[in-house]
Design a protein around this ligand. Structure first.
Ligand SMILES: *Cc1c(COP(=O)(O)O)cnc(C)c1O
Length: 400
């Protein structure tokens, strides 16, 4: 074999026996036992465990109110309704996010106006946001990307000046702090996710946080068909409760089975952050000399939740694009993610709102280069070694 052939051959050789799934959750006995107890109790729907999880989350974040819902998408959708988004209203959303952040604006009848992010932080750029404000703008949805706090002072100032609401997409940001304040308590409403890959996992699940009691009450009602207060108790041992439909609501409630997981996941989130930081530091040290741009350091005065580790491939110095690098890692049995393809490059947004490549340069720059490596407290030291070995081998192979 020639030297080149040897290198190609080694690149297809798995670095481990089992496939390292991206975003594997850490599920331990505490939540498994609680889940079993929930099943045995016979009350598996929305009930006392949801109430306990809500209160634990409210207390953890310091929010005035916390309302558990079935997903972060549901949380964002209900937030749009609570703040009164109506047809014709514009909501500014970063293009570097999961599509759900923009989709919910469409669901509420509004128009998502995609804005650019900063190349280094990947968070909404306040200057670009300011340029996109019109007389129809009603709200901004900053996304605390990968767990990094957005520039909330600048965004809040902008919002107050133009009388806009701020809905924080905290899907990555359960542990995120800006000074003493938790993400999700800085703007008007926070929306959190407990999807399988997130830092707290309930299978599917979400939470709304807000200081506004009226919105919290309306969101609680809208999340369960629009039924009058405490409708979930209607079949409890306190006897059948009559209810009324006060609004055409949704089926967005969390269940006690899910909350059983969430209660114990949340209790471990601070301890897990230490493990996430240690993995992060090992990746930073291992990849410093490779053709990649490492994630920017944590901003002073903030706390990064270390949800995603997203180096950007320096594709000008590689003989492969991001998808080829990702495929090579897959063949070595390392699962990775892409967070994200810029929203405006997706056919629906491109065709319906007329976006094109070139419109949001920083989001596109990230979109073409970003690769998310496994980042979870469920990773063993050997798992981390395998990721480092495969990533180094792959990028050295493709380096120009
Ligand atoms: C995961 C995610 C969502 C959606 O969360 P679900 O709980 O799956 O609905 C929204 N925004 C961002 C940034 C996300 O990463």
């Amino acid at each position: 074999m020639t030297a080149a052939e040897t290198r190609t051959w080694s690149l297809n050789e798995p670095v481990r026996d089992d496939y390292l799934v991206f975003g594997r959750p850490q599920l331990l006995d505490a939540e498994i036992d609680e889940m079993m107890a929930t099943l045995r109790s016979g009350w598996i729907g929305t009930g006392p465990k949801v109430a306990r999880f809500q209160e634990a989350f409210r207390s953890y974040t310091g929010a005035g109110h916390a309302v558990a819902v079935s997903s972060c998408t549901a949380a964002l959708h209900l937030a749009m309704i609570a703040i009164g988004i109506e047809p014709g209203d514009e909501v500014i959303v970063p293009s570097m996010t999961f599509a759900a952040t923009a989709n919910v604006v469409v669901h509420a009848g509004g128009r998502p106006v995609l804005a650019d992010v900063r190349r280094d932080t990947m968070c909404l750029d306040p200057d670009d946001t300011a340029r996109r404000i019109t007389s129809r703008t009603r709200a901004i949805i900053p996304v605390h990307f990968a767990g990094r706090c957005c520039e909330m002072n600048a965004l809040m100032e902008l919002a107050r000046h133009h009388d806009l609401k701020v809905i924080e997409d905290c899907a990555h940001a359960i542990e995120t702090l800006d000074g003493e304040r938790h993400a999700g308590t800085i703007g008007d409403i926070g929306a959190f996710s407990f999807y399988v890959t997130k830092n707290v996992v309930t299978g599917e699940g979400g939470m709304v946080t807000t200081a506004n009691q009226q919105w919290a009450g309306r969101i609680r009602t809208l999340a369960l068909h629009g039924m009058s207060a405490d409708a979930w108790k209607r079949f409890s041992d306190q006897g059948f409760k009559q209810y009324e439909i006060v609004e055409a609501g949704f089926k967005y409630n969390l269940t006690d089975m899910q909350a059983a997981l969430g209660i114990h996941q949340l209790a471990r989130v601070e301890e897990n952050l230490l493990r996430r930081r240690a993995i992060w530091a090992r990746y930073d040290a291992a990849f410093a000399d490779l053709p990649v741009f490492l994630p920017a350091p944590e901003q002073a005065g903030t706390r990064h939740a270390r949800h995603l580790y997203t180096p950007l491939l320096d594709i000008e110095r590689l003989r492969a694009d991001r998808d080829e690098v990702q495929m090579a890692l897959h063949r070595q049995r390392i699962g990775t993610g892409v967070h994200y393809r810029a929203v405006h490059l997706n056919p629906f947004y491109r065709d319906k709102y007329g976006y094109a490549r070139g419109d949001l340069p920083a989001a596109e720059w990230i979109s073409d280069r970003t690769l998310s490596l496994p980042m979870s407290p469920a990773l063993s030291d050997q798992d981390v070694d395998d990721v480092i070995f495969a990533t180094r081998r792959t990028l050295e192979h493709f380096a120009k």
